[in-house]
Write a new protein. Structure first.
Lengths: 367, 321
């Protein structure tokens, strides 16, 4: 993809590949040292944070010429100062995945409301399936459930404000989310804190679980011949006033260094990478993501990817997932232990929320 | 240089008192120094200066920087001028506003207790057993020491195969469905078994080396006096192994406070496996970058270690006088 984009931009691209985790963990040092001119990252709070601190370059002029990207994408690429810093490449939706064959065999219908989902779950239990696979050993997968419940119950704006630290975690609205979740816990797979998402996805694949709320990367755990059996539905509606069109769809893309060695070349490369051709090149090698551009050629997409495109296109509000929508120090040092503590003892919700709120106050008050 | 004869540990010197090192009355020191040529002095200086510089630069300075940074609220971005100093607020937050802290301290204490009361005595016991002329002694030593040689990440993997709740050896053999790593009431003990397995081998080797250095004439004397094996060990050998005992104690304490690798590899030190070292890493390393807060946690760890180190040094200094 980079070779083709480089050719299109007329620049010579040298690729520097770093292991994903290492790169993410060392990003602070990387940006303050000698970053490459263009590097991969994700949209969300962290990107805006880097922009505020003056660590990444302004690419608004590249955006002037970008076509095929929705307004939601442009907003996700904009920093707090109204300038664009991010060039999106791919994204993937979070939804409730299931196996078509299992649903057909047992005669299940896709639920449209939470009550229907609960009924379906009870039926699945009677049939010997675990209704909702669940894993939270790594701490972050459970964020998906929290995010979607919060967006369904309290709306997209409240969710974003909560992530930005503008709403209190002790607000009764947040408590409602946890109470609803607690009502669903009997349908969730037990022992989630010792299970990785890969193992939960495998239990979906092995037909031991009926559904699994995860990102589209759940497909990586399915052998190629079974990929066609995988399908999803958006998390059901809870409040009819709010509907069900908000979702988590984290966007991956590119940033430019603050002081690139070759600024003109970097911008040309970014412009080329924003073109559908670049996205198509990338998606060919990773079928669990979809290109962001509406101009991208979807002819080679699997049915699942096509559905994903539809879902994202029709979504009025796209969130980036908790750990990208909020401060990373808050998400990793406070939210992960707190959600795990709640899963262990859901009855302690009041004290857990109180602790989250007091820790949030100290973290958001610091620089 | 003249070869000063050294006497084995514990054996009485001519003056009759047991000691760490015994020297014959030496020639006056000054004349020895005069024998060092200039090259010798230069070499010595370099050999001392380089490690000292490394230790000061890579250990002392960062440690001092950590303590200083613990009074700040810095996120690692921007120059030193962007640091805000906030006094003891980080420490206050660690103690009152950080739910994983109390479990971490408890777990470290439990770790220390288990190592001290179970793993270390077991290692010493194995060393005593292996101190005789057993036929396959080398084999036993190698097999007990093997876990020490393996990296902790590899150990984590091996025990994962044993402890995995769906596919692991233990659950399949016992027929149980215990979530060894995920259930916070058992996972610390599961990890302690793995850690003790390694720690025992380590202690065994240290103690065995010490035992081998004990003068056999002591044991013969005890035997001739009619002491049973057990009595001989506790009344004669053990007291004479005092310096090794102190080392074993210090190693046990340090390894308990430093315990990190296994819990990190399993689940990054969460959900029942909190340890102070894991908390420090969680806060400082990676995107979280709560440098001030993490430094406060690290300083607390340092202070706790200092308590034990001070005791050790006091004991050793007292012995030397």
């Amino acid at each position: 993809m980079l070779a083709n984009a480089g050719k299109a931009a007329g620049v010579d691209v040298k690729v520097n590949t770093v292991d994903h985790n290492t790169f993410q963990e060392n990003i602070n040092n990387y940006l303050q040292g000698k970053p490459d001119d263009v590097f991969t990252w994700f949209a969300g709070y962290r990107m805006q944070f880097f922009a505020e601190k003056g660590l990444i370059g302004d690419v608004s002029d590249v955006w002037q010429n970008i076509t095929g990207m929705s307004d939601a994408l442009k907003t996700a690429s904009t920093g707090a100062d109204g300038k664009q810093y991010f060039v999106p490449l791919t994204n993937y939706p979070w939804a409730v995945f299931y196996r078509k064959s299992v649903f057909a065999e047992k005669g299940y219908q896709v639920p449209k409301t939470l009550d229907e989902f609960k009924t379906l779950g009870t039926q699945m239990k009677k049939d010997g399936l675990v209704p909702i696979a669940f894993a939270d050993k790594d701490g972050w997968p459970a964020f998906g459930t929290f995010d979607i419940l919060n967006m369904r119950i309290n709306g997209y704006q409240f969710h974003l404000d909560l992530m930005a630290g503008k709403e209190a975690w002790t607000d009764p609205k947040v408590k409602t989310v946890f109470d609803t979740w607690q009502g669903l816990l009997p349908l969730h797979q037990e022992g989630s804190l010792g299970r990785t998402w890969q193992e939960a996805a495998q239990s979906l694949q092995k037909k031991e679980a009926g559904t699994y709320l995860l990102g589209m990367f759940v497909g990586q755990q399915f052998p190629t011949e079974e990929q066609a059996d995988l399908d999803f539905f958006p998390f059901p509606e809870i409040d009819s006033n709010i509907g069900a069109d908000a979702l988590d769809a984290p966007i991956d893309g590119f940033l430019m260094a603050k002081k690139p060695r070759n600024e003109a070349g970097a911008k040309k490369l970014l412009a080329a990478l924003a073109k559908p051709a670049a996205e198509q090149d990338y998606v060919t090698s990773d079928p669990t993501v979809i290109a962001v551009s509406s101009e991208a050629d979807t002819s080679k997409y699997s049915t699942l990817q096509l559905k994903g495109v539809e879902l994202v296109k029709n979504a009025k509000s796209i969130a980036q997932f908790l750990d990208r929508d909020t401060r990373p120090d808050f998400s990793s040092t406070v939210m992960i232990p707190s959600i795990q503590a709640w899963i262990k003892s859901p009855g302690d919700v009041d004290s857990i929320l109180k602790d989250i709120e007091s820790q949030k106050k100290t973290i958001f008050a610091s620089q | 240089m003249t070869d000063l004869p050294t006497v084995p540990v514990g054996a009485p010197t001519e003056s009759g008192a047991p000691g760490l090192r015994a020297r014959r009355p030496a020639r006056p020191r000054r004349s020895r120094a005069h024998r060092l040529s200039r090259t010798d002095k230069a070499v010595l200086t370099v050999m001392v200066a380089v490690p000292t510089a490394l230790v000061v630069g890579l250990v002392w300075l960062p440690a001092i920087a950590t303590v200083i940074l613990s009074f700040s609220n810095w996120d690692g971005i921007g120059g030193l001028g962007t640091i805000h100093w906030i006094g003891f607020e980080n420490y206050q937050n660690v103690v009152t506003n950080y739910p994983p802290f109390k479990p971490a301290i408890e777990h470290n204490v439990i770790w220390l207790a288990v190592m001290f009361l179970l793993a270390t005595p077991l290692g010493m016991f194995l060393a005593v057993l292996l101190d005789r002329q057993l036929r396959a002694s080398a084999f036993y030593q190698a097999s007990f020491f093997l876990p020490v040689v393996l990296s902790l990440a590899l150990l984590g993997f091996i025990w994962q195969l044993i402890y995995s709740s769906d596919q692991g050896l233990l659950n399949n053999v016992l027929g149980t469905k215990v979530d060894w790593y995920g259930d916070p009431s058992v996972n610390l003990w599961a990890v302690l078994v793995a850690a003790s397995w390694r720690h025992t081998g380590y202690i065994m080797l240290l103690y065995l080396a010490g035992l081998k250095a004990v003068d056999p004439s002591l044991r013969e004397a005890a035997q001739m006096d009619g002491a049973s094996e057990r009595r001989a060990f506790f009344s004669v050998v053990f007291p004479v192994m005092r310096p090794v005992n102190v080392i074993i104690l210090v190693v046990t304490v340090i390894e308990s406070l430093r315990a990190f690798d296994l819990v990190w590899v399993i689940n990054k030190g969460r959900n029942g496996l909190e340890l102070i070292s894991a908390l420090v890493t969680n806060n400082v390393v990676g995107e979280a970058s709560r440098i001030g807060f993490g430094s406060a946690l690290a300083t607390i760890m340092l202070v706790i270690s200092l308590v034990f180190i001070t005791i050790y040094l006091a004991t050793v200094m007292r012995e030397d006088t």
